[in-house]
Design a protein around this ligand. Structure first.
Ligand code: C2E
Ligand code: CA
Ligand code: CA
Length: 820
């Protein structure tokens, strides 16, 4: 795993730096000259003793160095294991928090769905324990009989153990276990005894900290980790706060032996003790007997845990034999001195080679891994994608690349600083890594971008499900040291699957899908499909052209007439935006307004629309045509107080009477940030302007909800108008909307009237006003003025019969050169 690779090499750099190599050369010369001196002086005894001593010293140093780095690796493996355990507590805590009434079956289903036992081989059991007050006991017992978390009594009933009436009880409500024969019965009151676990439960509730209790069950040494769970997923700062928000405990039993065995892999001859010590808890685990004469190192993990390693370090005995060796050496001075020389040179060379090897390994690691998170970097990821593609091609399977990008990460950096940003990235990496299976590769592409590779052959679930799981774990708040509050950071994911000729193509497609996920509102995933590519390049071109559209005067307004449904008098117009694209001709709003909204340019353009529409209507008023003008305002405009100033400015610059202006806001835009929007609309209404709810019926608001907004008119969406003739239900629904609207004192308008049949039905339901292609298409100002505002108007289809088509559209076509 990447992280352990990193910690492994990080513990060693002192022996692999460049100067170390220089030192090796130095000592080689040192030994050589020593030997030469010995030869020359023919003081065999002295020379050999010095030589042996030097070798012994060297050995001891090497052995000690190896022990030190083993200890470091063991400690970091154990530290990682503890973090891993904490992750499980956090995720179980959030499950419990999000599903406060979860049944035993639901608990088991959840743990299975996240593969708890498979992912935590050291885990022997995981349970959720709650406090049941005496009054709640009968209900709890009934629930436990229906869906027991542990065995019931022999006769199938729920019996409290130990028996007796107590003010409260602590029962298990959900649990899973691995190979445990003796499971405590469902009625076992965990708070009744005087065992260490009982007191640990109670102290952890008030202290807010996890308690570690070593216990001995069925010949196994177990560590029970008890963690209190509070509402809101954070631990309240005061004891009273903790008591109030307390919800229960997550208790887990782990076999420390499994953890220790894993940590000791590759470190023969090392024994380790792993101990935990705080004011309230104390636990010690050992991997075996400590050999006599062993050296030890102690490493504190700074979270209450301490790791001690023991090993017999070579070489210290050789020193004692130095004189014997020297005696021997005097016998065969020359040959042994020569042998010694060769030996020293050889070991020196071997060591230098090893150091070079390690240094190269370290450099390779640095070149292929991200220094902050230790994850594979872009270069390594590209290589892995290539392998993934080749493997899947061979096996006829389909792999996937998930591009994960944090939403609004820049805000974290901007508000909390880059250090906090870095810490967040490290936590994100750890969290993503913990969520994935070992077979999946995760890497960091730079910034807040991560990539996950899923091999087709080992694909257990669709990549979409993996993405959902990633998004889910990301939604849990992050507790950053230094931040005052837990941080909520969402992410978006782009997925690309299947074969590609180049690894870069798969990555690019995932990136394109990511872009779509961001554009669709973030905190979600999108799967790549080939049309996205063309959509994106077209979008980019349009975005570019739109940037200069306003200053190049390429926007136009057309006006669609609105009629009173009773007598078909013209009562107003709705201003609709068009864009005269320099090469593509007239473009409809659906093709460019979403881009304006996304870039924020809609605010500026929306201001222009307001001014232009108000000026036009003021001019018509001056000619005696007193109509209302409706202007569409998008949600993005309502996000800022600027909208109030813009409306005010448009009225002032045009001189239009405020009561003739209607602002149209869609139901969805109203609900985006309901309180702020209601306040802004109230300020606009203060000016005398009217407010209409556009596309009414397509959102999720209820009419009752609308009461909080200062609304004057409901524009019933085209969808209902076209359905009115086909189903009695739609007709009834429109009837209800009109009636409820009337109860709230609102006018109703039907959009998209296309047939006389529809118009007849709308009249039956007493809809006040209508707008649609049947009556008139959107027209440019000149056409509208020439055809509808002719002297002698007030009504367009003057005194037309109720169901007759207005004369304007007698031929079924728009009057004159429609600007539509
Ligand atoms: P909308 O506000 O619902 O506008 C009514 C749309 O319905 C217009 O489309 C209009 O041409 C169309 N329409 C009217 N009668 C009929 C009919 O009988 N049948 C059919 N099929 N359609 C009919 P348009 O002009 O393409 O505008 C589309 C949307 O773009 C508007 O929907 C509005 O949400 C948005 N929009 C237009 N102008 C502006 C603007 O200046 N600012 C903002 N923020 N949005 C605008
Ligand atoms: Ca509208
Ligand atoms: Ca509408």
């Amino acid at each position: 795993m990447a992280v352990s690779e990193k910690t492994g090499s990080a513990s060693e750099p002192s022996v692999v730096r460049g100067p170390g190599i220089a030192k090796v050369r130095h000592s080689r010369r040192h030994y050589a000259s020593l030997a030469v001196a010995a030869l020359l002086a023919v003081v065999g005894v002295v020379g050999s003793v010095v030589g042996a001593d030097a070798v012994a010293h060297n050995n001891t140093q090497k052995s000690q160095q190896a022990f030190k780095s083993s200890s470091g690796e063991i400690a970091s493996t154990l530290q990682l294991a503890i973090q891993h355990e904490q992750d499980l507590v956090v995720s179980t805590g959030s499950f419990v928090e999000l599903n406060p009434g979860a049944s035993s079956t639901e608990f088991v289903q959840w743990t299975n769905s996240v593969h708890t036992l498979k992912r935590y081989p050291e885990l022997v059991g995981l349970s959720h324990v709650v406090v049941v007050q005496a009054a709640g006991l009968p209900a709890f017992a009934a629930q436990a009989v229906a869906d027991p978390a542990a065995p019931l009594a022999a006769n199938g009933t729920f019996q409290v153990i130990p028996p007796g009436n107590r003010p409260y009880y602590c029962f298990v409500v959900g649990q899973i276990t691995r190979d445990v024969q003796e499971i405590l019965p469902a009625g076992y009151d965990n708070c009744a005894g005087s065992t260490p676990s009982t007191s640990a439960l109670l102290t952890s509730e008030s202290s807010g900290e996890s308690a570690y209790v070593p216990i001995h069950v069925e010949n196994l040494n177990l560590l029970v980790i008890i963690t209190p769970v509070y509402q809101g997923a954070t631990v309240p700062a005061t004891v009273d706060g903790r008591r109030a928000a307390f919800e229960g405990w997550v208790a887990m039993g782990v076999t420390p032996q499994v953890l220790l065995d894993r940590a000791l892999q590759g470190h023969p001859g090392v024994t380790v003790t792993f101990s935990y010590h705080t004011d309230s808890s104390k636990a010690v685990f050992s991997s075996g007997k400590i050999p006599a004469g062993a050296q030890s190192t102690t490493i504190s993990l700074h979270n209450g845990w301490t790791v001690r390693t023991f090993a017999v370090v070579d070489g210290s005995g050789v020193l004692a034999n130095g004189s014997a060796l020297a005696l021997l050496l005097t016998g065969i001075v020359l040959s042994l001195l020569l042998a010694m020389l060769v030996f020293v040179l050889a070991t020196g060379r071997a060591r230098a080679l090893r150091l070079v090897g390690e240094r190269t390994g370290e450099l390779r690691h640095q070149a292929l891994h991200d220094s902050l998170t230790g994850l594979p970097n872009r270069a390594l990821i590209m290589d892995r994608i290539e392998q993934l593609l080749a493997r899947n091609r061979r096996q006829g399977t389909s792999g996937a690349v998930l591009f994960v990008d944090l939403d609004n990460f820049k805000d974290v950096n901007d508000t909390l600083g880059h250090e906090a940003g870095d810490r967040l990235l490290v936590s994100v990496a750890a969290r993503l890594e913990a969520t994935l299976r070992d077979a999946d590769t995760i890497g960091r592409m730079g910034g807040d971008e991560f990539v996950v590779l899923i091999d087709g052959a080992s694909l257990e679930a669709a990549p979409e499900l993996v993405a959902e799981r990633l998004l889910e774990v990301m939604r849990q708040p992050f507790d950053l040291t230094g931040a005052t509050m837990p941080l909520i950071v969402n992410a978006s994911v782009g997925i690309a699957m299947g074969d590609r000729t180049k690894p870069g193509d798969l990555l690019r497609d995932a990136d394109v899908a990511l872009y779509e996920a961001k554009a669709a509102g973030k905190n979600r995933y999108q799967v790549f499909h080939p049309e996205m590519q063309t959509e994106i390049s077209r979008r980019t071109e349009l975005e570019f052209a739109l940037r200069s559209a306003l200053e190049r005067d390429q926007f136009r307004l057309v006006y669609q007439p609105i009629y009173n449904l009773d007598d078909l008098t013209l009562v107003g117009v709705e201003a609709l935006l068009r864009w005269e694209h320099p090469t593509e001709g007239l473009m409809q709003p659906d093709d460019f307004i979403p881009i304006l909204e996304q870039t924020g340019q809609i605010r500026e353009v929306g201001h222009w629309v307001l001014v232009k529409a108000c000026r036009q209507m003021a001019a018509w008023h001056a000619q005696g045509d007193v109509l209302d003008v409706s202007v569409n305002v998008s949600g993005r405009q309502l996000d800022s107080d600027d909208i109030i100033a813009h409306v005010h400015d448009a009225l002032e610059r045009s001189g239009l009477v405020a009561t003739s202006l209607i602002i149209e806001v869609t139901e969805t835009a109203l609900m985006r940030d309901a309180d702020a929007t209601a306040a802004r609309l109230a300020a606009i209404k203060e000016l005398g302007v009217k407010i209409a709810v556009d596309d009414f019926g397509t959102g999720y608001s209820s009419l009752a909800y609308l009461r909080q907004f200062p609304v004057d008119c409901l524009k019933i969406d085209r969808m209902f108008t076209s359905a009115i003739t086909t189903s009695p239900e739609s007709k009834a629904l429109i009837g209800t909307l009109v009636q409820l609207g009337r109860d709230l004192g609102l006018r109703t308008l039907a959009e998209g009237v296309e047939t006389t049949d529809e118009m007849d039905h709308l009249r039956d339901e007493h809809v006040d006003e209508a707008q649609g292609f049947l009556l008139a298409r959107p027209l440019d100002a000149e056409t509208l003025e020439a055809q509808l505002l002719v002297p002698g108007r007030p009504t367009v289809p003057a005194k037309a019969e109720p169901s007759a088509r207005p004369p304007v559209v007698k031929s079924g076509a728009p009057p004159g050169p429609a600007a539509h």
